[in-house]
Design a protein around this ligand. Sequence first.
Ligand code: XMP
Length: 311
Amino acid sequence: MALNTRKFINEQINKIKKEVGNGKAICATSGGVDSMVCAALAHRALGDRLTALFIDDGLMRANEPQEVIRILRRLGIRTVLINAAKDFFKALKGKKDPEDMRKAFRDTFYKTLGLAVKRFNATHLIQGTIAADIKETKGKIKSQHNVLSQIGINPLKYGLKIIEPLVTLYKPDVRKVGKALGLPEAICQRMPFPGPGLATRVVGEVTPQRVSIVRRATLIVEQELKNLKPFQAFAVLLSDRATGIVNGKRAFGKIIVIRSVESKNAMTATPTRIPYKILEKIQKRIVREIPEVIKVLYDITPKPPSTIEYI
Ligand code: XMP
């Protein structure tokens, strides 16, 4: 059944008002459509009693912290930057198993939010978890960073009471709600970006150096595919290396995968049919601009059997 966005918005605003009462709340916004719509809803309900946090976990794309904070402030939402990159890299150190990495990310994320709730004298965390996040986590596909109570983890463990206004929606309806709330098109149609950020695109240990490679490659992929408007496009750094020749000498360098998919709600996906010329341009730019990389691949696997991200 088609979502009645007006009714949904009013219901959620009333719910937030009722639960928070005269208290204060925080929300964490990565700049993705889910967390931005959640922040906008919560802001309508609470005004300045809401503080939006942008947690810089060191895993964001190029220029992302500055851009997201600028957008939030332009929307009139009180916004604070929390620099927690050190904590996240410490938690991820030495971890190579995808689920270990995801759990370490989740734990650090909620510990950071638990501290923030105290710091801002807030009573609640309002978060933009959506139906797909819960389905994949409960289905044991992968532990999404923003799912706790649904899998038996009590948020009070982190000192948090959580409100989840978008929990019944999938991505297309979240975008509709964003539009009805008057959010700019650039936000409503923004490419999904996962909570654990570039960590989901680093196979093997997540270190600042390895994230920096994937960040630079992602920027190139996004720039070159912008006109194709894929559902989601990015670069991935593999843990293997490959032999190459640089200036006539043997090199043993890094491997980058280009991933670009078409999808409606991220539950299934098909690879984008990127024209070969564009693939070639991306390859040339990546090896030229990121000298550590010796090989560039294009992933043509749909979901299923693959997932969209790599961990
Ligand atoms: P997968 O890789 O499972 O991803 O096919 C499906 C969609 O979800 C995003 N994704 C996440 N989003 N927290 C999020 O907020 C997460 O932990 C997470 N893991 C994956 C992914 O980017 C894709 O759009």
